[in-house]
Design a protein around this ligand. Sequence first.
Ligand SMILES: NC(=O)C1=CN([C@@H]2O[C@H](COP(=O)(O)OP(=O)(O)OC[C@H]3O[C@@H](n4cnc5c(N)ncnc54)[C@H](OP(=O)(O)O)[C@@H]3O)[C@@H](O)[C@H]2O)[C@@H](O)CC1
Ligand SMILES: [K+]
Length: 514
Amino acid sequence: MVFQDARGTALLTPDEMAEADRRTIAAGTPGIVLMERAAEAVAAAVHSGYPQAEWIALLAGPGNNGGDAYAAARLLREAGRRVEIFGLVPPTKLRGDAAIAATAFGGTAHPVDSFDPAAFDLVIDGLFGAGLSRAIEGAAAEAIRKLNAAPAPVVAIDLPSGVSGATGERLGEAVSADLTVTFFRRKPGHLLEPGRSLCGPTIVADIGIPATVLDAIALMIFANEPELWIGALKRPSDAGHKYDRGHAVVFSGSATRTGAARLAAAAALRGGAGLVTVFSPGSALMANAAHLTAIMLKRCDDEAALGEHLTDARFNAFVLGPGFGVGERARNFAATVLAAGRSLVLDADGITSLAGAPDALFAAARGAGKGASPHGKPALVLTPHDGEFKRLFPDIADRQGSKLERARAAAERAGAVVVLKGRDTVIAAPDGRAAINAIGTPWLATAGTGDVLAGLVAAELAQGTPSFEAACAAVWMHGRAAELFGPGLISEDLPAMLPKVHRELDALASNPRA
Ligand SMILES: NC(=O)C1=CN([C@@H]2O[C@H](COP(=O)(O)OP(=O)(O)OC[C@H]3O[C@@H](n4cnc5c(N)ncnc54)[C@H](OP(=O)(O)O)[C@@H]3O)[C@@H](O)[C@H]2O)[C@@H](O)CC1
Ligand SMILES: [K+]
């Protein structure tokens, strides 16, 4: 299900964007009007971001991205800037709206080979946008190399030329921009690396395409923003009891490796699970007991003990992996949890333990997903980083394609929600829905943050949030907590930031458009 407000977070593939464009034009807005508005948005970004830039070069390609450049050049000239166009093809070779824009510009266009960025205060990149269909070579590649080596700032129209809107991959040479102005909605390539870094900050301009054109498009890819999942999120209610918010369990590793489990447990409790218990081997009980207060502790040495604990139906969401150790014990515990119809977040060693033979657990996850539980549908959520992903899905990891495609293929195969981590974390559901993380800070790349994320996913699952939305919300809360903390973050700081994150979510939940 896609919530009404989630349409604002949709990411459109170039094909879907072309469809939105076609429908808008068919409903009566001429293409040249859209182009003119796109150019106005580019000019406005230049006025606000680069008010001092007197002499501006615009690189214009053979399609409508080039058309936008001609229209923007005219508007900037009218606003008193000095502009020069460098065309990949002569203006007479342009077609349709781009030809109209070039005629309205009226000035000369220099051949792109004569482009020397050294002379300019600012360069606007209108070589290729949504229509990029193959690797950039030849004169365009040469111009991009010169541009990237020069100090002048770069504003990209729609996408930095050379970045695939669908995948964020570089197709041949690619522009490294300081600012990107795109239209109507972002594309996956604005959020997936390396596209995301090549874009710089991205402005999404309204060019008068109505949101209703999205009604005819089966939206599947989203920016991971609260509007996507806030309607599905279970929030603590005034009338509620702690047992209404579920009981999360984190498996501890051996005596010298208990910290990871406690980090996950702390995140699960601050994340909103009603109760949290650490299941610990006897050898680690004292180490855990010395550090736990609100979080409970139970001895769990083997499958028999686990089976005994699972007779208590209130334990409903489990985390297995952080500091747990790799091997048969992890595999058996995971299978036992799923067979008992409980939700499971499998992270770190839990994932590595499945390497080479994950199919039995995937089948168990599918089976468990068919059952019902008092706290929602049980589910398997996998939270690999790239290395763990490759151990579990070696063939998918080696395949050509974007991170988005890899995560979706893995989710489909596993019958599980897959959270493929990184700066551009992708959350994919078996039904094809996917969200790309848009927030966070480089400080999140530090020991233990993955354990915190696993605990946050469990917190949402324990409360009964459906698994895709649970994983998306956890990734967002994790990133937002890091942003709110700022520089110097270590993983222990994240749970302490969650009260602020919850306050933001509560404000959004009561007023989603705020
Ligand atoms: N959608 C909207 O609502 C609106 C869209 N707008 C704007 O339109 C842009 C999309 O325009 P577009 O479709 O004309 O594609 P564009 O990126 O200009 O490139 C296509 C041309 O490049 C060529 N070409 C491709 N790859 C190449 C390569 N590697 N090396 C060399 N050539 C290559 C390709 O040739 P072909 O593949 O056909 O041989 C074709 O000639 C979009 O990004 C936005 O800026 C706005 O005006 C507002 C409304
Ligand atoms: K461009």
